[in-house]
Design a protein around this ligand. Structure first.
Ligand code: FES
Length: 138
């Protein structure tokens, strides 16, 4: 079982928002395995980028949201349940907005500050450009 170094091995450990030093992907995987232990039988699936740029969304104070972590949802950036068939090892990240505000929610699914954008989409864009150039000069 792979746990983040700061995580408790007890299945009763509390689930908290990832900190800036904790990779979001590990956090999501840990939450998924704690809630759905039978998912160990399925191979891990990596999230797919839903878009290259973040979504600008108005969040309401006290409202609960489920941010799509797999990238397959048709209601981006929020979960529509598609992960159950497309990426069964990935679960949405549930969070509550603390105040009314406009936020940039990650669309490339590579952020380390889920569900918020941390600029990781620049790496995704760079990787895609390099891949395209390699294809051209092959
Ligand atoms: S559809 Fe992507 S996490 Fe639910």
């Amino acid at each position: 079982m792979v746990l983040h170094p700061g995580a408790s091995e007890s299945p009763r450990c509390s689930i908290s928002r990832p900190t800036s030093s904790e990779p979001a992907r590990l956090h999501i995987r840990r939450v998924t395995t704690l809630w759905r232990p039978w998912r160990w039988a399925f191979p891990q699936v990596t999230p797919v980028p839903a878009a290259r740029l973040p979504y600008r969304v108005k969040l309401s104070a006290g409202k609960h949201y489920a941010w799509c972590a797999c990238g397959h949802s048709k209601k981006q950036p929020f979960c529509d349940g598609t992960h159950r068939t497309e990426a069964p090892s990935i679960a949405p990240l549930r969070f509550t907005a603390d105040k009314d505000r406009t936020a940039l929610l990650c669309a490339c699914k590579q952020t380390k500050n889920a569900p918020y954008c941390d600029g990781s989409h620049l790496k995704v864009i760079y990787r895609d450009v390099v891949k395209s150039l390699k294809g051209i000069f092959k």
